[in-house]
Design a protein around this ligand. Structure first.
Ligand SMILES: NC(=O)C1=CN([C@@H]2O[C@H](COP(=O)(O)OP(=O)(O)OC[C@H]3O[C@@H](n4cnc5c(N)ncnc54)[C@H](O)[C@@H]3O)[C@@H](O)[C@H]2O)[C@H](O)CC1
Length: 539
């Protein structure tokens, strides 16, 4: 059965399997099925989707590689020959006949018996291209016909349907294996077979894959634990905010935002970042939001005239005093070097701490703060880090290209090293917690690639966390919160505190991206535009 994956509406959480697990599932299925049946199912699915995508195709080009991915394409071509008698089909095949796996050899025979037209040159005028060059077994391509065909499939404006994986995309990481791989020019679809692969949803994967479809080919994917989950926050059955008549502002948690370095400090004024985070926190439902601007000078505002609900407090005293000991603190947004003045106290006292932007840069510069952060979880204090790839690289002591080459691994490493929930931002944001299976977010788009959207996200994370964990209730789940469940995306027992941090991060990242996905096309999006769409949790 074909399943279309729409960002933001994948329910329940779907498991993602990397190459090793996908191969193991494939091998187990092959052992129980008659010869060639799995490939016949795959070919049937490819042909059905091809017809649905281009029902009136005049010319379909199938580029088929040297092994089983190519076999899927050849067998689909044979089927399409009978299903689309009026359509011209051209097959390009590259392989060594004496070294073909059994299924691919069978597929080649079927394609030949169907009387298909074979050509080593892509046709000029195809209106549907089928990329069956390389799947799970793909490696980086050297020069040659396959590399040329791959480039044609990248550059064409015709619709392209990729079989299992876009050729040349790493299944586990979503990184391109070929230096020449570019952003595809035309509409793209990818039909993932048997399992969903992590690489389709993060790094270059989303651009490479386009619209993702899944056909499990009648094989259950739950035989092996996933390598990641798609992030799909549960919808709670409990009452909405409007239906909770007994609630008061204290019921919805306190949020303290520390950041927004004053321009007088070193000429880099970034108060707007902290204002965005604080406004986002308020709009996302925190009961009370306090704002401490760092490096305050005589001209530092003490009131947000447009959002007078925000309560301004001296930053240093708040970080060292009672407020930081009872509120959720979001620290770093636009904090500049001034963040250093409050970080040590927060790492020591804050029970629930979100670290973003300059707080992460400060951590990267100072080993004893990193050690302090790593010890917090063992003391019952929880932390959420929200790095973009460069901030993640600074924390890991590598460069951002290395982070992007394996985003899941980078997020897992950060979570483990710092005993924190980590949101690695970027296309396909990864959410990881220590010792847990990470999640990949499906919402969001390049409209979010603009200054300030990360500050809004940090405020949202803090606000959602504030609504799950309140003073005096540490470790307790509020009645309407989703309880940890066997399918909650976690592979081991997780303390309630960490579970709440993880859920807050997952929900915030999902909603943040969904707002950009719903934004009217053709209109620019400023970070501040996101605020109006924010909703409390639960809605
Ligand atoms: N067997 C079945 O019934 C099904 C298979 N499915 C599809 O199979 C592929 C995985 O097949 P596999 O043969 O393991 O890998 P590939 O087709 O990706 O090819 C790998 C093969 O190709 C050679 N190769 C790899 N990289 C290069 C390169 N850069 N240049 C030249 N040659 C290269 C190498 O020899 C490898 O061995 C999976 O993705 C599905 O599409 C279906 O799941 C249905 C059932």
């Amino acid at each position: 059965m074909l399943l279309r994956l729409d960002p933001g509406s994948c329910r329940p959480k779907l498991p993602l399997h990397g190459s090793a697990a996908s191969r193991a599932i494939e091998q187990a299925a092959l052992a129980h099925l008659p010869p060639h049946q799995l490939m016949q199912r795959a070919a049937g699915s490819i042909a059905a989707l091809a017809r649905a995508l281009q029902p009136h195709a005049r010319h379909v080009w199938l580029a088929c590689g040297p092994s089983n991915n190519g076999g899927d394409g050849l067998l689909a071509a044979a089927l399409l020959r009978t299903q689309l008698p009026q359509t011209r089909l051209t097959v390009s095949w590259q392989g060594n006949e004496s070294r073909l796996p059994d299924d691919a050899r069978y597929a080649l025979q079927q394609a030949r018996a169907a009387g298909l037209e074979f050509s080593d040159r892509p046709p000029e005028d195809f209106d549907l291209g089928i990329d069956a060059l390389l799947g799970l077994g793909g490696r980086g391509l050297g020069p040659g016909p396959m590399a040329d065909w791959m480039q044609t499939l990248q550059q064409t404006r015709a619709t392209v349907l990729c079989v299992d994986l876009p050729s040349g995309l790493a299944c586990d990481s979503g990184a391109w294996l070929n230096p020449f791989a570019a952003r595809p020019a035309g509409p793209r679809h990818t039909l993932s077979l048997l399992t969903l692969k992590p690489g389709l949803f993060t790094a270059d994967g989303r651009d490479a894959a386009g619209q993702v479809w899944l056909d499990r080919l009648g094989v259950a994917a739950d035989q092996l634990p996933p390598d990641a989950w798609l992030n799909a926050p549960d919808t709670e059955p409990g009452p909405t905010r409007q239906q909770r008549h007994g609630a008061h502002k204290g019921s919805h948690g306190d949020l303290l935002v520390l950041g927004g370095q004053d321009v007088s400090v070193d000429g880099n004024g970034m108060s707007g970042a902290a204002l965005l985070a604080a406004r986002a926190g308020l709009q996302a439902g925190a009961g009370r939001v306090y704002l401490g601007l760092l490096g305050a000078g005589p001209a530092t505002p003490a009131l947000d005239l447009l959002w007078p609900e925000l309560m301004f407090r001296p930053a240093q005293a708040s970080a060292e005093g009672e407020l930081a000991r009872q509120a959720i603190t979001v620290c770093g947004c636009g904090g500049g070097q001034s963040v250093r003045a409050v970080l040590s106290a927060l790492l020591e006292h804050s029970p629930r701490l979100v670290l973003d932007a300059d707080a992460l840069n400060a951590l990267a510069q100072q080993a004893d703060w990193r050690a302090q952060l790593s010890r917090r979880l063992a003391r019952g204090q929880h932390s959420i880090l929200t790095p973009h790839p460069l901030e993640a690289a600074r924390l890991l002591g590598c460069d951002s290209a290395q982070v992007q080459a394996d985003r899941l691994q980078a997020a897992r490493e950060l979570a483990q090293q710092f005993q924190s929930v980590v949101v690695l931002k970027g296309s396909g944001s990864v959410i990881a917690a220590p010792g847990q299976i990470p999640l990949i977010n499906t919402t969001g788009n390049a409209l979010l690639a603009t200054a300030g959207t990360g500050d809004v996200l940090a405020g949202m994370v803090g606000a959602y966390w504030a609504q799950t964990a309140r003073p005096g209730r540490q470790g307790q789940m509020p009645a309407a919160m989703p309880q940890p469940s066997p399918d909650s995306g976690l592979n081991g027992s997780l303390s309630d505190g960490l579970e709440m941090a993880l859920q807050a991060a997952c929900r915030a990242v999902h909603q943040h991206g969904a707002l950009a996905d719903r934004w009217p096309s053709g209109r620019g999006l400023r970070a501040g535009d996101l605020l109006a769409g924010l909703t409390p949790w639960p809605g």
